[in-house]
Design a binder for this molecule. Structure first.
Ligand SMILES: Cc1cc2nc3c(=O)[nH]c(=O)nc-3n(C[C@H](O)[C@H](O)[C@H](O)COP(=O)(O)OP(=O)(O)OC[C@H]3O[C@@H](n4cnc5c(N)ncnc54)[C@H](O)[C@@H]3O)c2cc1C
Length: 512
């Protein structure tokens, strides 16, 4: 029997399988597609998702990547007719809000973008997952499930016919229309869409039919570039009549002509997807032995490029908690903190994408709203809040100690250790908890020694402290969870012991 079945080998299912394999969890990924979906989706991962891919070393598997400046070919990001602003302070912004390329603030604990197409990230994750021993079955679709006290039995449609597979846990990473979510009875409340949008890579008879950048047009939104073949158009007069109907070249061309107000002809379509702006979220991410992560747990329009980093944040939060539950050392309630920590994060994303849709609609009243919004967003404090919000940079989970770092994502400190210099990012390549002993405290090291199977101790002096003013003076020591968040920051050994038990259970050492 497997420990965990993952339904869906999209980016989130694959990343989760790598996390689970780091703990030796017997994992199988069932994917209905024979090959990676070639449809144009994310072109970049930003915010905390970029950090996660960097710290786990996935970025190193992606090969040479372009910079934003390369992609823009010297143009200003978002240079468009109606709404462009340079980022406050000039230079290349870290992202946009409703097509306003103004996000430059934010916590300094974040990497920049990982400018890779989603398919390249999926390829890298699949290679890693297989090399770490995850079994990936392509062409195998989950159709039904039945759970009891000891496990979940899944009915699978495989290439040789239907079969049953059993595991102790099932995680639905099978996207926005998740079969697992529906079959396990999760609810999925939220708002229906008001928009029909198409994103395509296509050839046009006149390649210059539309200027590059984001443009709010009288009949909708048009985004052209950065690649000359990439076009996105959105109209705000209702969701698609039939979301399952195949998309024809004529349908795409009609929408592009309407929004661009040109008579452009599409001569070839290389990739096209149709989407709406429905925003829905499962009320809980766990029902018994079934869990949800990524788009299976929450759907929202792609504005601001948040889907991937949101899902990666789910997977890195869930991975170690599920692994510790399977291993048997998870303290009571640990697995439920997955849902309580991650649900509010997605709720904020749904909320901000609703606001973005409101700001992207055409019309003079929205023009006025955008002007006022931009004026406010360009003030340093608002810009920081907005950048943090869009990148998940300000997330603070419950943690012990009143140090400003408690609960936050651990900054990428550089540590001088007895054996040389290392960084938190280097120490995070393999999933696992860290105790960073920054003041050479033998009592701190001794306090976690019985948990040596779960917590690695590194003693060193932080040679560069965080540039983030909110972090302040570094504490004597930091207990960092496997997902990079600080479980405890301080000097008090008794407090450290409580935090260790709260997150990592009782020690394997019977003497303690
Ligand atoms: C047009 C567009 C642009 C986007 N741009 C960005 C962006 O710039 N930045 C960003 O961060 N995000 C972006 N996103 C969002 C991002 O693509 C998604 O958030 C991301 O793909 C979610 O990953 P996932 O693994 O949860 O789900 P998916 O990628 O949907 O993967 C789910 C997998 O499950 C499989 N599956 C489904 N049902 C079954 C079943 N019954 N059995 C087995 N397998 C099953 C599917 O075949 C698929 O491989 C964009 C999305 C779209 C549509």
């Amino acid at each position: 029997m497997y420990d965990v079945i993952i339904s869906g080998a999209g980016p989130i299912g694959l990343f989760l399988s790598c996390e689970l394999r780091a703990y030796g969890i017997r994992t199988v990924v069932l994917e209905r597609r024979e090959a990676i979906d070639p449809t144009l989706k994310a072109g970049a991962v930003s915010g905390r998702g970029a950090d996660i891919l960097t710290r786990r070393g996935v970025v190193d598997l992606l090969g040479d990547l372009p910079s934003i400046a390369d992609l823009m070919g010297g143009r200003k990001p978002g240079a468009g007719s109606l709404q462009s602003k340079t980022a406050p302070g000039g230079g290349v912004p870290r992202g946009h809000f409703a097509g306003l390329w103004i996000l430059r603030g934010g916590s300094s604990t974040s990497s920049a973008f990982v400018l890779a197409p989603q398919q390249r990230i999926e390829e890298a994750l699949e290679t890693r997952a297989r090399s770490t021993g995850a079994e990936i079955r392509r062409g195998h679709a989950v159709e039904a499930l039945d759970q009891d006290d000891s496990g979940v039995t899944v009915t699978v449609a495989g290439p040789d016919g239907p079969y049953e597979l059993r595991a102790r846990w099932l995680v639905g990473c099978d996207g926005g229309r998740s079969v697992v979510r529906k079959a396990a009875g999760f609810d999925f409340p939220g708002l229906d869409g008001i928009m029909t949008a198409y994103q395509a890579m296509a050839d046009f008879d006149d390649p210059e039919f539309a200027p590059m950048g984001w443009h709010r047009m009288p009949r909708g939104l048009m985004v052209h570039g950065p690649h000359p073949q990439r076009i996105l158009v959105a109209e705000f007069d209702g969701p698609p009549a039939d979301r399952n109907a195949p998309i024809t070249q004529a349908e795409l061309e009609t929408a592009v002509r309407r929004v661009s107000e040109t008579s452009v002809t599409i001569t070839a379509v290389h990739s096209v997807t149709r989407f709406t702006d429905n925003t829905r979220q499962a009320s809980t991410y766990r029902r018994g032995r079934v869990l949800l992560a990524g788009d299976a747990a929450h759907v929202h329009p792609p504005f601001g490029g948040q889907g991937l980093h949101l899902g990666l944040g789910d997977a890195i939060n869930l991975g170690w908690k599920l692994a510790s539950t399977v291993r048997g050392w998870a303290p009571p309630g640990l697995l439920d903190t997955y849902s309580t920590e991650r649900h509010p994060v997605a709720e904020r994303v749904l909320h901000n994408t609703r606001a973005q849709v409101a700001l992207l609609r055409p019309g003079p009243r929205v023009d006025a709203l955008r002007d006022i919004f931009t004026m406010l967003a360009e003030t340093p404090e608002a810009n920081r809040l907005l950048t943090d919000l869009m990148g998940e940079l300000d997330i603070r989970y419950g943690a012990a100690g009143d140090h400003p770092l408690a609960g936050r994502y651990c900054p990428d400190l550089t540590l001088k250790t007895a054996t040389g210099e290392t960084r938190v990012a280097d120490l995070s390549r393999r999933a696992g908890a860290l105790l960073l002993d920054l003041s050479d405290r033998a009592d701190v090291r001794e306090a976690v020694r019985p948990w040596a199977d779960r917590i690695s101790v590194v003693t060193g002096v932080a040679s560069s402290s965080s540039e983030d003013a909110e972090v302040g003076e570094l504490p004597d020591a930091l207990l960092v969870r496997p997902d990079g968040h600080v479980a405890w920051a301080g000097a008090d050994v008794a407090e450290l012991g409580e935090a260790v038990r709260e997150w990592f259970g009782e020690s394997a050492d019977p003497a303690r």
